[in-house]
Each structure stands twice: as C-alpha cells, then as structure tokens.
Design a protein around this ligand. Structure first.
Ligand code: ASP
Length: 334
C-alpha cells in the first residue's frame, strides 16, 4: 500500500476511535468519609461493616444520578446528604463537639462548569449543611454565609433544622471528654490516643456532560474553639472544582489545608503546569503537606474522568465508581 494511503487509513482509524471515545459519555464519582489513623484494630467487624454499608449506599445514591445523565452537582449533593444522615461520620448527624460541647458545622459545594460556589460555616442547627451550602450557591448572591446569618437564610429557604438532641451521640461526647482529659487541644477526628473512627465527608464527580463538581461537609475538629472554621467550607482549600482542570475534596487538619490552599493548588498544577491528576495530588498531599507536617488526604477527578484517592495517613474511608469502573469501597492503605 502506498504510504499516503496507509497514513489516510491510519487517520481515519484513529479519528474514528477518538470520535467514538468522545461520543461515548462517561461518568466518574469518588467519595470520602474522612482520613486519619484508621487501622483494623480500631474498628470492630460490626462497625466496619456498617461504615462500609453507609459508604456503599452513598456511592449508589450518586451513581444513580450520574448513570441516568444527571448533573455532577446533584450527584455530589446526593452522596453528601446520605453521609450527613449517618451517625458514623463527622458531618451532619455525627458531627463532633466543640470545646464548649456544641456542634458547629461547615460545608461547601462548587460547580466546575460555572465556577459558582456556596459555603456555610459554623452552623449549629441545620440538618444537612450541604443543602444549605447549595442554597447559598444557587439562591443568594454570596459565596459564604456564617453563623446566625446562615441559619436565618436556612429558614428563609425552608431548609430543615434539627435540635441539639439530633446531633448528640454518646460516642462524640466521650471523644470530647477524652480530648479534654488528655489536654489534647483541637484534634482531628481519627488522630491521637482516643479511638477516632469517623470523619469529614466529601464527594467529587464528573457527569456525562463533562461537568465537574466538588462538595465537603464536616463537624470540624473535636474540642475546637467556638467559632473555629476549617478548610472544608473555604473554596480553594478543602473544596474546589473547575471544568478546565479538576474537582477536589479534602479531609485532614484544616489549618494546614488552608495554608497550603490544597484543592486549588492541585487544580492549578494541572491547569498551568500540565501535570497529571495523580502527579499533582502527590505533589500537594504527599510532598507539600508532609513537609509542613499536615495530615490528611484528598479525593479528586479530572476533566477526562481520571480519579484519585491520595492520603498521607494510615487510612481514609473512601469509595469510587465510574463508567466501566466497578463500585469499590476501601478503608485502609492498600
Ligand atoms: N478538615 C476538617 C477540618 O479541619 C477535619 C477533617 O477533615 O477531619 O475542619
């Protein structure tokens, strides 16, 4: 065959392959339920089964949205709502206690297509802080509302409130007493001598239209000061999404994540330096954070649907699923 014909045939073949790939809509979903010193000896088999069950349930809620052609922001909202309703995670119902014995929750959501974002900080009686963050994004001209103003906005928007009893769990109360007894200061959910088992929750998704979204929800750190706000609701620190690069949700010691602008840094390394998702995540989580002394991890998905779960702690509650990628829930390091 003359060389020109071979080249033409090759061009048609590769062109067809690429068109086919571009025409086949795919989706990706990654979730987390917190990172920390999570080792098999810290969980009873029953508790581990319950946590795995909740993560699976959350993954399925998000997958249902994505597989039927729904939006990434809706999938992220669905996942986080399920995890906030479980007492097993440090978000919504299972939120940790502040030093004053109160629950102060933070949450954020970001739409990678529009770069719209919504966040709430220090809310005390909102059943699902992620729904309030979403309302801030879609129904207000602002990005972040905090404290009583955020609660007032919840009432205006008809978002469900819950009383102190709803957020009380013996387990969390015991955690706070232990942190105080051991003079530990503010502690990450899974760190230290106390059996910290449950964590902040988050989700990132790429839908079949190629749009990205990220969301995170947390009770913060046990024994934290009244008014302390972590990285989760800070756009660019614990949560970020941009269709040009990636969507990220973090979990770990918030003060470090804020100082390292973790989520946005990962996206920026992809956008400006052309790094792969995994290389960018490693650079920030395994190098920069480690050098600073910051513990934690991230989940992320890039514009092409690649997924990562990268953490510098012994474990991270996590799950992923995608087109052609079977559902998988993990807890410990591989
Ligand atoms: N990043 C959260 C915070 O600092 C805590 C966590 O992820 O466990 O508020």
């Amino acid at each position: 065959m003359p060389i020109k014909k071979i080249l033409t045939a090759a061009a048609i073949f590769f062109g067809a392959t690429m068109t086919h790939a571009a025409d086949t809509p795919t989706y990706s979903l990654v979730i987390h339920g917190g990172a920390g010193t999570i080792t098999p000896d810290k969980l009873t088999p029953e508790l581990e089964a319950e946590i795995r069950g909740d993560l699976k349930h959350a993954l399925e809620a998000g997958q249902k949205v994505l597989a039927s052609g729904g939006k990434a922001v809706d999938a992220v909202t669905a996942v986080i709502t399920v995890l906030e309703n479980s007492p097993h995670f440090n978000a919504g119902r299972g939120a940790v206690f502040t030093a004053e014995g109160k629950n102060e929750m933070d949450a954020a959501i970001m739409d990678g297509k529009t770069l719209n974002a919504g966040a709430v900080a220090g809310v005390t009686h909102v059943k699902n802080p992620i729904l309030l963050a979403r309302a801030v994004m879609e129904k207000s001209p602002h990005v972040m509302l905090a404290g009583p103003g955020a609660e007032q906005f919840a009432d205006e928007q008809g978002i469900e409130r819950a009383d102190d009893k709803y957020f009380y769990t013996d387990y969390r109360w015991h955690q706070l007493q232990e942190a105080k007894r051991l003079h530990m200061g503010a502690v990450m959910d899974h760190t230290g001598n106390i059996e910290y088992k449950f964590g902040t929750v988050g989700a990132v998704a790429r839908d079949m239209h190629g749009n990205l979204a990220a969301g995170t929800s947390t009770g913060g750190m046990t024994n934290k000061a009244h008014g302390r706000i972590g990285d989760s609701p800070i756009i660019g620190a614990g949560t970020y999404a941009d269709n040009k690069s990636c969507a990220v949700s973090g979990t770990g010691q918030g003060e470090f994540f804020i100082r390292a602008t973790v989520a946005r840094s990962i996206c920026a390394l992809i956008e400006y330096k052309g790094m792969s998702l995994q290389a960018a995540a490693d650079q920030v989580v395994m190098k920069q954070l480690v050098e600073m002394g910051g513990e934690g991890g991230i989940i992320a998905v890039d514009k092409d649907g690649n997924m990562t779960q990268t953490f510098n702690t012994p474990g991270m509650f996590r799950g992923m699923v995608g087109s052609g990628v079977p559902e998988k829930v993990d807890i410990y390091k591989d």
